[in-house]
Design a protein around this ligand. Structure first.
Ligand code: 5GP
Length: 187
């Protein structure tokens, strides 16, 4: 992939605090932005098309699979998610580094491409805390939460595939740890 920007691939089980951590890191570095994924899931309250995700339907998603549009894609919790090759290429070409907030299947696909990436896994402090956080968030139904917890087990089992593992037991501490990684890798 041409360009001078760097790709940071971050994965975590849903509810590990990844989104909050990523937002904090993004405010600290100028040449770093967020890779906006495409998804077939419905927008949550407060989510905006073109900011949080590009929301598309399943037909469009599948057409783009056929057209080799995705750098990686995966079905997560019954919805499709994908990273557009052209989005990444354009950003890196402008010297922008990018954070890809993607699941472990997508992270594995990108690792297999042999690109120069930095991979980071965010760990929740415990399974109990993860479960409490998902319930407190109040954005998902009981069934969705149960499915997300089930997926969390298999995602955590993949953590050793990542170059860095950051445990989010304390938000400030995890933010500092994460920022040190970005500082070192972008130097
Ligand atoms: P949510 O629906 O909670 O926003 O995201 C669910 C999961 O999908 C999260 O683990 C998130 O990292 C992952 N995800 C978001 N965008 C992408 C993407 O483009 N590709 C892949 N493989 N996973 C994604």
């Amino acid at each position: 992939m041409p360009g001078t920007g760097k790709l940071f691939v971050i994965s975590a089980p849903s509810g590990a605090g990844k989104t909050t951590l990523i937002r904090k890191v993004l405010t600290r570095f100028k040449n770093l932005s967020y890779s906006i994924s495409h998804t077939t899931r419905s927008p949550r309250e407060n989510e905006k098309d073109g900011i949080d995700y590009f929301f598309i339907n399943q037909d469009e998603f599948e057409q783009k699979i056929a057209l080799d549009h995705w750098l990686e894609w995966a079905k997560v919790h019954d919805n499709f998610y994908g990273t557009s090759k052209s989005f990444i290429k354009n950003s890196l070409g402008k010297g922008q580094s990018l954070i890809l907030d993607i699941d472990v299947q997508g992270a594995g696909q990108i690792m297999a491409l042999g690109l120069d990436i930095v991979s980071i896994f965010i760990m929740p402090p415990s399974f109990e805390i993860l479960s409490q956080r998902l319930e407190k968030r109040g954005t998902d139904t009981k069934e969705v939460i149960a499915r997300r917890l089930e997926n969390a087990k298999s995602e955590i089992a993949c953590k050793d595939l990542f170059q860095y593992v950051v445990v989010n037991d304390n938000l400030d501490k995890a933010t500092e740890e994460l920022c040190l990684i970005f500082k070192k890798e972008m130097a």
